[in-house]
Ligand binder design. Structure first.
Ligand code: SF4
Length: 114
């Protein structure tokens, strides 16, 4: 095996490793400014939002108690699917490419760990 083949193979491995890391960096590295640029989920038109009963204001939803958390304490900001630590509008992993309101809620709400 020549040195050229080995270094070519190493370069391909490096590129593939870099490509695999891109989606993770996109989620982790998204700033609140970038998140604010995302289109907002439209509860009236988005099929996922309709199916999950998403609303921008959790207080307007009927929120059943879930795993020991009263419905009144459930909102997007404390859900495990929210993708940014701050900002009024943030990405949610259930709505790729869109932002949900930090005070919103949907039927998939799950308490953020930690
Ligand atoms: S999954 Fe969580 S963060 Fe996403 S819309 Fe539903 S309640 Fe909000």
């Amino acid at each position: 095996m020549s040195e050229m083949n080995k270094s070519r193979r190493d370069a391909v491995k490096l590129m593939l490793g870099g490509l695999a890391a891109v989606p993770v960096l996109n989620l982790v590295g998204m700033t609140s400014v970038q998140a604010a640029d995302l289109p907002h989920v439209d509860p009236a038109a988005d099929p996922t939002a309709k199916a999950l009963k998403y609303v921008h204001d959790a207080a307007t939803a009927t929120r059943p108690d879930k795993a020991g958390t009263p419905g009144a304490n459930q909102h997007c900001a404390n859900c495990q699917f929210i993708q940014a630590a701050e900002g009024e509008w943030r990405p949610c992993s259930l709505f790729p490419g869109k932002a949900v309101n930090q005070n919103g809620w949907c039927a998939s709400w799950t308490l953020k760990a930690g």
